[in-house]
Design a protein. Structure first.
Length: 236
């Protein structure tokens, strides 16, 4: 069998117990990726026993699963999802994430303090914080619960915060086609906090502005005033 042959070929990797009910193609992918993760650590440390103790025996598999979740958007080739697969808390909701509703509302919709987490493309270390979205509908609005789920999904890729901010606002406006849209993201980067310069209180803030928020000062100031009054203090 193809799968057995693959297992035999990779006999140096720790056996993976309790493989879930997944396809053979997925099992092969899982075995390959966990093998490389094991090899990376053993090459780095020169300690082939690193993964032998019970508690970290399954660590390469756990890393594989974490990456699968954290890179979901990249794995899906950056396409907008119909639904996301890594929302265990919300898997009863099967409505498409990109479904919009008609609206006659003409004011600012502000959805702020949305938790966001991504992985920096430079170090593959997480950065996390909050996203704040403002838009003025052009006859279409997104369900409120869709916004955080879309942002969470879109951030699941190796990224830099600057480009991620543009990427998310463009994808959201692909759905909304709003009169104006603004996105502020504020994050703490663990690659800056725990290594290198080791500063754990620096917050990186990025913003992307489109449509009426760019051309009309009053609209932008109104959105910024909402942000100033409501923003969450970020710290680790
Ligand atoms: Zn980094």
């Amino acid at each position: 069998m193809k799968h057995n042959k693959n297992k035999k070929k990779n006999k140096n990797i720790p056996p993976i117990k309790n493989l879930e009910d997944i396809t053979e193609k997925e099992q092969i992918k899982q075995i390959e990726v966990t093998k490389y993760i094991t090899q990376a650590f053993t090459t780095l440390t020169g300690n082939p026993r690193l993964f032998i103790p019970d508690e970290i025996h399954k660590t390469p598999l756990r890393i594989y699963k974490a990456y699968k979740e954290l890179f979901e958007c990249a794995i899906n080739h950056y396409k907008l999802p119909a639904t996301t697969t890594h929302n265990p808390d919300e898997n009863s909701d099967t409505t498409s994430l990109t479904t919009t509703f008609n609206t006659t509302y003409n004011g600012i919709v502000a959805h702020i303090n949305i938790p966001i987490a991504s992985v920096c493309a430079h170090h593959f270390l997480p950065y996390f914080g909050y996203a704040h979205l403002f838009y003025i509908p052009n006859k279409k609005k997104l369900g409120l619960s869709k916004i955080p789920r879309l942002i969470r999904y879109l951030a699941h890729q190796p990224s830099s915060q600057e480009e991620l901010t543009d990427f998310i606002i463009d994808k959201l406006d692909e759905i909304l086609k709003s009169k104006g849209i603004m996105l502020i993201i504020e994050c703490i980067h663990t690659c800056e906090a725990i290594r290198g310069v080791k500063i754990n209180n620096a917050i990186t803030i990025t913003s992307a502005v489109r449509g009426v928020f760019r051309t009309n000062n009053n609209a932008r100031l109104e959105a910024l005033s909402i942000y100033e009054q409501s923003k969450t203090k970020l710290s680790i």
